[in-house]
Design a protein around this ligand. Sequence first.
Ligand code: NAD
Length: 230
Amino acid sequence: MRKKIVVLTGAGISAESGIPTFRDADGLWEGHDVMEVATPQGWAKNPELVLKFYNQRRKAASQVEPNDGHRALVELEREFDVVVVTQNIDNLHEKAGSSNIVHLHGSIFQSRSSVEESLVYDMDGWELKLGDLCEKGSQLRPNVVWFGEMVPMMEVAQRETAQADLFMVVGTSLQVYPAAGLLYEVSAGVPIYIIDPSIPEYNPQPNITAIAEPASTGVPKLAKQLLDFS
Ligand code: NAD
């Protein structure tokens, strides 16, 4: 049976494609306080600002390409059953060709009803405006999980993580929960690799190997080793 590799990715894997990460030194996301643009409270207070913020993110994300980090995860599918659990709301894993992707925090390329979570729509263009309504007549919002909201895909991610024969963490500060908690749901003894140029803090475990490299070189090197020894 093919071994299962589960990969938790964060903003860092898309950094070299030209999408800035979330936690810059000033603690802002592209110059904005996250409370203003990525919380239900921010949405209630100023939906126009929130829509504008995500419109800019969507426009920028649609103009970039995956990098060798995303691509190496696709290569691994030759020999392994690979599940990518991503915190990213961009579509670079899809563009690279990964076939099994769990979007923990949703996707900016989808909109959804602001009253009924299950009404989700693929977007055609890059712009969502005030007055764009769902079929029930309520304002559309980006289909992303904001701080303080439930993470509906968490159960799927936990199930996959518990079944992993190898777990990788790429480009995440491990500060956003519950996603970061997946690291501690890996079965005992399963090897874990963390790839990040500045390794985030984690509870030390003997099965964790930290690789202080950017995703575009660190992931292909590890993928090659795994493929060579499979
Ligand atoms: P984060 O910004 O908190 O952490 C980014 C991590 O990436 C850091 O540990 C940093 O050292 C690392 N990093 C920087 N450059 C790297 C590189 N070249 N290769 C590998 N790692 C690199 O990101 P997070 O932990 O994903 O949490 C941010 C939240 O914000 C997520 O929930 C996500 O939904 C959202 N977000 C998404 C995107 C995106 O979709 N691309 C971008 C920004 C923020």
